[in-house]
Design a protein around this ligand. Structure first.
Ligand SMILES: NC(=O)c1ccc[n+]([C@@H]2O[C@H](COP(=O)([O-])OP(=O)(O)OC[C@H]3O[C@@H](n4cnc5c(N)ncnc54)[C@H](OP(=O)(O)O)[C@@H]3O)[C@@H](O)[C@H]2O)c1
Length: 289
């Protein structure tokens, strides 16, 4: 399957390398050319625009920041739609709003192009080993056409419904992760303020019946002062805002979100947006390494 890949950032680059490793011939484009260098060294072909990627591909994967970036790379000047042939498929894997995916699906359908809305759970490590989890919004037949490609990058493929349903699952699921991160920050800050040793606290959280690999991993990162981005804080804020917006649209009161949205926004405002999402703790209390 001649495959195109747009967006070789923290997630896109290892995902593209996984596809190359599994034998998919790949043509790539990234807004900042040098961020595609590892993927090009691994055997991908460079294209000068998304439309050029599309012209060389039967299926194109996008992995960019947000709704605006998807709009620009797909529908903007030199965008994918200019080069996508009738009968081709766009596999959109960024975290976006469900409404954006519903609208994109109908815009593409007019041109005979199918949309597979396939955001992922899992961060840079599972992206590198091909062990992500994808939640898919697509017509069943379209999903089947791209299943081998998804199976290369992901250990599980969950079909949630038509385009938009994958994104709704992703936004709803990320609410759990972002909430856990904000609460871990509050929990460690509270205990430390009262004199507890945060490493001792993590040892307890590791053993008890609501333990989580997230508390272990992000907790260790916080105590080691390692805030190199795996999942950048600015994207976590974007996801919390997406959940807030969907909650308002569906008239579901998300009161917890109001609280931790404040923490993520404050951490980004304080200049931590490019750091890992674990840095949300810096908005709760000062003095973390
Ligand atoms: N990191 C994670 O753990 C993780 C996990 C699951 C899902 N996600 C989601 O995956 C997506 C990508 O995240 P990431 O961590 O890979 O972020 P990232 O490193 O910031 O990459 C973002 C990518 O989008 C491109 N981009 C941004 N705005 C653009 C625009 N206007 N036009 C064209 N390209 C644009 C960037 O190009 P440049 O290189 O030129 O900036 C880059 O390739 C996000 O939706 C994120 O929420 C991330």
């Amino acid at each position: 399957m001649r495959t195109g890949f747009v967006g070789t950032g923290l997630m896109g680059a290892p995902m593209a390398r996984t596809l190359l490793r599994d034998g998919f011939p790949l043509t790539v484009w990234n807004r900042t050319e040098k961020r595609a260098s590892e993927v090009l060294s691994a055997g991908a072909k460079w294209a000068w625009s998304p439309s050029e990627v599309a012209g060389a591909s039967e299926v194109v994967v996008t992995m960019v920041s947000d709704d605006a970036a998807v709009e620009e790379t797909v529908l903007g000047p030199g965008g994918l739609v200019e080069g996508m042939a009738e009968g081709s498929v766009l596999v959109e894997m960024s975290t976006t709003s469900p409404a954006a995916m519903e609208s994109l699906a109908s815009r593409l359908r007019e041109r005979g192009v199918a949309l597979v809305d396939a955001p992922v759970f899992g961060s840079t490590e599972p992206a590198a080993s091909g062990d992500l989890w994808t939640v898919v919004g697509a017509e069943a037949a379209d999903l089947e056409r791209v299943r081998p490609l998804l199976a290369s990058m992901c250990q599980s493929v969950f079909h949630m419904g038509p385009p938009g349903a994958g994104s709704l699952m992703k936004v709803s699921g990320n609410l759990v992760v972002t909430g856990m991160l904000a609460l871990l920050g509050e929990s460690l800050s509270l205990g430390r303020a009262g004199g507890l040793d945060p490493r001792g606290m993590l040892a307890v959280l590791h053993e008890i019946d609501f333990s989580s690999p997230l508390y272990d991993g992000k907790g260790a990162q916080i105590l080691d002062g390692d805030f190199r981005p795996r999942f950048p804080l600015k994207h976590a804020l974007k996801d919390v805002r997406l959940a807030d917006a969907v909650g308002q649209q569906l008239k579901v009161p998300l009161r917890g979100v109001e609280g931790f949205q404040h923490d993520f926004a404050a951490a980004v405002e304080a200049g931590h947006g490019e750091e890992d999402c674990a840095a949300v703790i810096k908005a709760v209390a000062e003095g973390w390494p």
